[in-house]
Design a protein. Structure first.
Length: 214
């Protein structure tokens, strides 16, 4: 699965500085938020980047470049840093939300058992299948999708229910997204931090990673 990642040249043209660290994690032991994950969230609230951090602002600018209004549909990291304390969801989601705000980058998580075919980041035609609650993407909008349709609208704004990570998820795909000025070394560090948190609750975890640079 980790080899089956596609970034469209249309996205590369829009943002040549885009890169994504893909982590395939298997053997997760997810469950409800607990004292461990509450500690991660509390630490993240202290160490989170500021709302006006240039790394967060880069994502607002990217949204404007494909026609979205970031004050209305915010990039995921922008929404999270405005939402302190971070909400408790489950162990795995708590882990990647904590890493997201500490490093100032969007992180998406997908349940691999519910994902169909190649994960691909494209600019929408405007007729892609999507869940009713999210609506149909606009032509030119950046979306993640699989063979069945959109999995995340407006790059990293909001994920569909179908591939969402739940307490029953054991295998997952994580997408850690980078724009300048976030350094590639920090992208790697964010991946290290995420794997460390996941491994602390999942002793049988296996994790494979790949960086895709456009």
């Amino acid at each position: 699965m980790i080899e089956e990642i596609y970034v469209s040249p249309a996205v590369t043209t829009l943002r040549p500085d885009f890169a994504v660290l893909v982590i395939e994690a298997r053997g997760l032991r997810n469950g409800p938020s607990d004292d461990r994950s509450r500690e991660w969230l509390a630490d993240a609230a202290i160490k989170a980047v500021a709302v006006d951090d240039p790394k967060v602002d880069a994502w607002r600018q990217a949204y404007r470049e494909f026609g979205a209004k970031p004050q209305r549909t915010r990039p995921s990291v922008d929404a999270l840093v405005r939402r302190m304390p971070l909400p408790e969801i489950n162990l795995v989601v708590d882990a990647y939300n904590a890493v997201s705000v500490r490093h100032g980058l969007p992180i998406g998580g997908e349940d691999l058992t519910r994902y169909q075919g190649t994960a691909r980041l494209v600019r929408a035609d405007g007729d892609e299948a999507s869940e009713e609650a999210l609506g149909t993407p606009e032509p030119g909008e950046v979306v993640w999708r699989d063979d069945l349709g959109v999995t995340c609208r407006r790059w990293n704004w909001r994920q569909v229910v179908r591939t969402r990570i739940t307490e029953e998820t054991t295998d997952a795909l994580f997408l850690l997204e980078r724009l300048e000025p976030l350094e590639m070394t920090e992208l790697t560090a964010a991946g290290d931090d995420l794997i460390e948190l996941l491994a602390s609750t999942s002793p049988d975890l296996t994790a494979h990673r790949r960086v895709i640079v456009t």
